[in-house]
Ligand binder design. Structure first.
Ligand SMILES: Nc1ncnc2c1ncn2[C@@H]1O[C@H](COP(=O)(O)OP(=O)(O)OP(=O)(O)O)[C@@H](O)[C@H]1O
Ligand SMILES: [Mg+2]
Length: 365
């Protein structure tokens, strides 16, 4: 008599396969979906929690291995999809799962370039991405997204974000024509940032990346008071040796209860376009050391590379124009997405195990 296989026994076997980052099995985590048994053939979908998820091949192999010894199973087919989980927070932006602020204390360190390139990597790997120009005084997104002539319009649900390279973005910079700067009074600036987040018809967004202005000012407070921010990324350069400015940014996020998801070192080594040699002109490793001291993840180091600037000026994301050079952003995007889902998972577990301690209203500003 042929061995009878049923859903329960298959799930119990798949329960031996773990997500390596969470050290928890893929069945309890809800990754195994659409399980079908057709005679001796087993098919299911693995729902991955981040767009890149390098452990996916290991999970696939482990699943195939444990199922291969189940009597009666002759064929296993596993498909994969990305299913980014929602941040656990009541008061959010409709349809948006995670809000990530990209900030730094200093101007010109490459926040906007990092924000656009990370967004483009997430999008390229299948996530739904939105971006907000938090820098209302010196907006960069219209140029970096190659949509400086785009015009904003609205429907009954709100402002329609601009779509470029498969991503959506909103920039108040699109309201000022040509190179005329926008002049905002404090309260107007506050409102502009609020509207850029709340009055936009975002649709479904996995990661909404906010390109912050330099410094530790008003926009930051508006952001944290308006929406629940999943976390922040701090971009810094090795020249900020004592990290004095980055440290201020770190404290600001800390004080306003925005988790720092990681630090990125930008424009560290110089990559020679002629010989391809890398030269650590400002010294290497200062940001990594500081991140370790502050106990925040170090997400990686981006070299000073002419191509990064050129494609930013042309409004073409690096991952589309030059995937090889973009590899450094892919690595950083992967670490960032992993940090988000691991934190989210730990937060959920904490909420289940303990009474929730804080509400979204309790910002100590
Ligand atoms: N790794 C890099 N290699 C080469 N050029 C870079 C790199 N990162 C950023 N740049 C360039 O440096 C300049 C400043 O970058 P960017 O506008 O992203 O900085 P920012 O921190 O957002 O500035 P601001 O504070 O004005 O908003 C841009 O011309 C950009 O193309
Ligand atoms: Mg900028």
């Amino acid at each position: 008599m042929a061995d009878k296989i049923d859903e329960k026994s298959i799930l119990s076997v798949l329960g031996q396969v773990n997500d390596p980052s969470l050290k928890k099995d893929i069945v309890s985590l809800g990754y195994v979906q659409n399980l079908k048994i057709d005679g001796s053939r087993v098919t299911f979908t693995l729902a991955l929690p981040t767009p890149l998820f390098p452990s996916k091949e290991k999970m696939r192999e482990d699943s195939e291995r444990v199922l291969s010894v189940v009597p009666g199973v002759t064929e296993v087919e596993i498909s994969m999809k990305t299913e980014i989980r929602m941040e656990q927070n009541a008061r959010g932006v409709s349809g948006v799962k995670h809000i990530i602020a990209v900030g730094s204390g200093k101007g010109g360190v490459g926040k906007s370039t990092v924000a656009v390139n990370l967004a483009a990597v997430f999008s390229e790997y299948g996530a739904k991405v939105g971006m907000v120009d938090g820098d209302i005084y010196g907006p960069s997104l219209p140029i970096m997204m190659g949509a400086k002539n785009a015009e904003l319009s609205q429907n009954e649900r709100g402002i329609i974000p601009i779509e470029a390279h498969g991503m959506k973005f909103m920039s108040m910079g699109l309201l000022s024509k040509g190179s005329a700067p926008l002049i905002w009074r404090g309260p107007m600036a506050h409102k502009a940032v609020q509207e850029s987040l709340l009055r936009v018809d975002w649709g479904e967004i996995d990661y909404l990346i906010v390109d912050m202005p330099p410094g530790t000012g008003d926009v930051h407070l508006t952001l944290v008071q308006t929406v629940p921010v999943t976390g922040a990324v701090i971009v810094t350069t090795p020249q900020d040796v004592g990290m004095t400015i980055s440290l201020k940014t770190f404290r600001m996020f800390e004080q306003t209860k925005v988790p720092v998801l990681g630090m990125i070192e930008n424009m560290s080594a110089y990559l020679c376009p002629h010989c391809g040699k890398q030269d650590d002109i400002f010294g290497a490793g200062t940001v990594a050391t500081e991140a370790q001291r502050l106990r925040v993840p170090y997400l990686g180091s981006i070299p000073l590379n002419r191509k990064i600037r050129e494609y930013a000026d042309q409004g073409v994301p690096l991952i589309l124009a030059d995937p090889m050079t973009a590899a450094v952003y892919v690595d950083i995007a992967d670490k960032l997405a992993t940090e988000i889902y691991v934190r989210n998972y730990n937060k959920r577990t904490l909420i289940i195990e303990e009474e929730p301690e804080e509400t979204a209203e309790s910002f100590a500003v």
